[in-house]
Ligand binder design. Sequence first.
Ligand code: LIP
Length: 291
Amino acid sequence: MPVELLHPDEDRFFNFALELVKKAGRLVRDAFDQPSSNVQTKASNTDLVTETDQAVEAMLIKGLSAEFPEHKFIGEESVAGGQKIESVAGGQKIVYSDAPTWIIDPIDGTTNFVHRIPMVAICVGLAIKKELRAGIVYNPITNELFSAQVGRGAFRNGFPIKVSQTEAVCKSVLLLQIGADRSDKIVNPFIESFKATMVNNDARGHRSFGSAAINMVYVAQGSVDAYAEYGIHAWDIAAATVIVREAGGIVIDPTGAELNVMGRKVLCAGTKKLAEELSGMLTHVEFVPEG
Ligand code: LIP
């Protein structure tokens, strides 16, 4: 069956971005091999940014906007730098429109990058009419390039990937991750959720790779069975969401509701049954959506 496109040029958008991400990978790899002391903090002491994050994001946005001048961007470092947000009652929102929008994390796993742990990813997702349509997640250190377009399947270095078929937490390797936000609102429910999946229900193992995108593509390729996190942002999950779904998995709000990519929380799993069981064990946290 031919894939229904939301924009006649979707394939061109995707192929152009794929080549650009490969080029960006060289920047990240070179910087990984030459540790620098240029590390700054953003929202908190645990929220890091390096000159490589900024350089890679600038390079991706420059390249994409030169080719597609009408496209919009939501980039981690641009938003952190105060761009692309508008003030609304009760806070600030990321500008998210129906236009083709690239959702970019130049280095997902910045703490790993700074500590030279090779679990990092350049993430480029494409949304059209607010629907996630394509995703690229590239770890240039391990040379793993994950990609997907809606309706076309998910790939790792050009080979198709599939999620695991595990249906029970007791047979699963789970990823429950805590991010930069260490407020009680997030930490206390995290501890409860961790205990629930460990003490009473005995997941086969727990892992956490320090990058939402790497966590998700490892679900996509069936290495691990499910992942959940609260406090993440659109750029951490947009690209990998398409990859997990195209690998046959599900990506939802941890409560079981439909995913809101701006909702700051995610649960993904290889099977619906596993997602439902895990959802029932988590202590949920609510956020005001970011966009
Ligand atoms: C990171 C996420 C990770 C989360 C961290 C952080 P960054 O993104 O991928 O899952 O736990 O707090 O948000 O900041 O390395 O791009």
